[in-house]
Design a protein around this ligand. Structure first.
Ligand code: NAD
Length: 301
């Protein structure tokens, strides 16, 4: 549910780290909402793109360290750890009272640890991973799952509302990441279920577009079927969300399950199928490319 708060966004500065597939549209929505945004991305190609879009880009972390809020949207746990590092990262330049919102999908354990390190410097940290893909980031309709102190979550609502629609307080530090892992378990299973149904239909000479329309109208419908079903049918491998990132998330979920002693056999199966696609050098494809594994298994290229 969208919650309205009455903070004057024009007075607040936001330093944003990581302007990739997700970060860039999120940055645009923050600017649209009136925040003063400065962006750091270490990829020069990305910086050039920002210049073209007239978005303020800086070339080092220090230049955004005095922002009221700092948001990170980075690929992996190690990227977030290196940015929020006391010796080599931005931490040495931060002031007490700064609020950091990490919106990347990373390890829950690592997220808790980063939060503890920052708390020693009286810097607040929320884990706030998202769901909804590039489409959700562009439309400002992301689901955002927030872990950390509730009062800091409340202070951050104006910012989060400008990028998302469902802003959920998941609980203590690290819980946003746990919610996101649960989300990814279901994402993987839904894609796998769709590919499996398509593989059978295709093997019998059925019309996949018609099957998709049929299933959308019934109890088998899913976000995957609606948003990625046509990409599977058209063999469109373009990435919104890369197989590499999907594998990263499934591994995070698998590690957390192992830590907790929770057997998740469905997750293990989906993880193995995604590893099969990566072994075929398809890691840069969109996650819908799991269908290629099914085409191989059924010799239906
Ligand atoms: P991306 O690779 O497109 O973008 C990441 C950006 O961060 C790149 O521009 C890269 O140059 C930059 N970067 C990496 N390390 C950096 C560093 N140390 N300092 C500065 N910049 C750095 O990735 P993405 O698809 O935008 O995903 C970002 C995060 O969001 C990931 O954790 C991903 O799992 C999660 N996510 C992605 C999607 C999606 O559909 N793409 C959906 C939900 C969640």
């Amino acid at each position: 549910m969208k919650i309205n708060t009455k903070i004057n966004s024009k007075n607040l500065s936001v330093g944003f780290i990581g302007a990739g597939n997700m970060g860039l549209p999120m940055i645009k929505n923050l600017i649209k909402a009136g925040f003063n945004v400065k962006v750091f991305d270490w990829n020069i190609k990305v910086t050039k793109k920002l210049d073209k879009e007239k978005i303020i880009a800086v070339n080092n972390l220090r230049a955004i360290a005095k922002s009221d809020f700092i948001i990170s949207m980075l690929p992996n746990t190690t990227d977030v750890e290196s940015v929020f590092n006391n010796e080599t990262g931005i931490n040495q330049f931060l002031s007490p009272g700064t609020i950091i919102i990490d919106m990347s999908t990373i390890s829950s354990t690592s997220s808790i640890q980063i939060g503890k390190i920052l708390q020693k410097k009286q810097i607040e940290f929320l884990d706030a991973p998202v769901s909804g893909g590039v489409k959700g980031a562009t439309n400002g309709t992301l689901s955002i799952m927030v872990g950390g102190k509730k009062e800091i979550y409340k202070k951050s609502l104006d910012i989060l509302n400008s990028m998302g629609k469902n802003i959920i307080y998941a609980g203590k530090s690290g819980m946003g990441q746990i919610f996101k892992m649960c989300n990814q378990i279901m994402v993987g299973s839904h894609i796998q279920a769709m590919c499996e149904a398509f593989a059978l239909c295709k093997s019998k000479g059925g019309n996949l577009a018609l099957l998709r329309e049929t299933l959308i109208g019934g109890s088998a419908n899913s976000w995957m079927l609606e948003n990625l079903g046509n990409a599977v049918i058209d063999k469109n491998e373009k990435a919104g969300f890369r197989i590499d990132l999907q594998l990263k998330d499934l591994k995070l979920a698998s590690d957390a399950a192992f830590e907790g002693g929770v057997p998740l056999p469905g997750l293990s199966l989906v993880l193995a199928l995604y590893l099969e696609t990566r072994a075929h050098n398809e890691g840069k494809n969109g996650n819908q490319s799991l269908f290629k594994a099914y085409d191989r298994m059924t010799n239906q290229n």
